[in-house]
Structure formats: structure tokens, C-alpha cells
Design a protein around this ligand. Structure first.
Ligand code: ADP
Ligand code: MG
Length: 137
């Protein structure tokens, strides 16, 4: 069993597709062990995306991620880090496979509907960044 962090980003929340994305998670035998809807502060978003701080898209990304509420989810399942990334699709929705969440609900390479940790170490950092032990069922 593995754990990863999933986020439904502000574009998907404003498109009213939280339920559709959660359905996809459940259909794929992934368990939601913790979940909350929050509007990130600039400081919280910067801390979360610190690995990208030197990228040219960083400032816009922070603006986007703080533009409205997000849904944070701690996901659990077999091989869930890799499987959730596959279900999401690649970063650019235009290049994502048919049926992936980013293809279905993403807008562009920045506003791409969902987040997923990319490796065991980032999953560990990211799940602990947003959830403490008492919040995990
Ligand atoms: P992923 O979310 O697929 O792991 P990255 O970790 O590379 O992608 O980037 C983090 C987030 O930054 C992306 O999900 C997207 O919202 C944004 N992003 C990535 N690349 C670009 C880009 N070239 N232009 C604008 N935003 C980007
Ligand atoms: Mg990433």
C-alpha cells in the first residue's frame, strides 16, 4: 500500500467537476483517507511548490493556485503514486491521453485540473505538508 497527495485545482473546482474527479478516483480502487477544501495562502502555495521556485512559470502558478479553493486529498492504494499520475494524464492537457482527467477537465498547461505527487519522497513531503496524523482516517 502506498499513499500520495492529490489536489483538485481551482480551475476544476470552478468548473463544478469535483464529484466527477472523485468518481474517477473511486472507480480506480483508490481510497480517500483524508480530504479538505481550502483556499491556499500565497505562503502555503509557495512552500508546496518550492521545487519550482526558479521556473519561469512559478509566479503565475502561485497566482493560479491561490485564485480559488482547492480540494486536498490523501489517496491510498496499491502503486497509487504511479497509478494516480497515469489517471491524471501528462502536464499539458492538450498532450494528455483520451480519458485522463487532464484531457477531460484541464484547460491548459498551467490550469490542468489536478495534482499528484511524482515519487515516494515527494508523496511523503506533500501529504505531511497538508495533513497531520489526526486528520488521516
Ligand atoms: P506535474 O503537475 O505534471 O507534475 P510539474 O511538476 O512540472 O507538472 O509542474 C507543476 C505545475 O506547474 C503543473 O501541474 C502546472 O500547473 C504548472 N506548470 C508546469 N509547467 C508549466 C508551464 N510550462 N507553463 C505554465 N505552467 C506550468
Ligand atoms: Mg510535479
Amino acid at each position: 500500500m502506498e499513499r500520495t497527495l492529490g489536489i483538485i485545482k481551482p480551475d476544476a473546482v470552478s468548473k463544478n467537476v469535483i464529484g466527477k474527479i472523485i468518481s474517477i478516483i473511486e472507480e480506480n480502487e483508490i481510497k480517500i483517507k483524508a480530504m479538505k477544501m481550502v483556499k491556499l495562502t500565497e505562503e502555503q502555495a509557495k512552500g508546496f511548490y518550492y521545487v519550482h521556485k526558479d521556473k519561469p512559470f512559478f509566479n503565475d502558478l502561485i497566482k493560479f493556485m491561490t485564485s480559488g479553493p482547492v480540494v486536498l486529498m490523501l489517496l491510498e492504494g496499491e502503486n497509487v503514486i504511479e497509478r494516480w499520475r497515469k489517471i491524471m494524464g501528462v502536464t499539458d492537457p492538450a498532450k494528455a491521453d483520451e480519458g485522463t482527467i487532464r484531457k477531460l477537465y484541464g484547460t491548459d498547461i498551467e490550469k490542468n485540473a489536478v495534482h499528484g505527487s511524482d515519487a515516494p519522497e515527494t508523496a511523503e513531503y506533500e501529504t505531511k505538508y497538508f495533513f497531520n496524523a489526526l486528520e488521516v482516517c
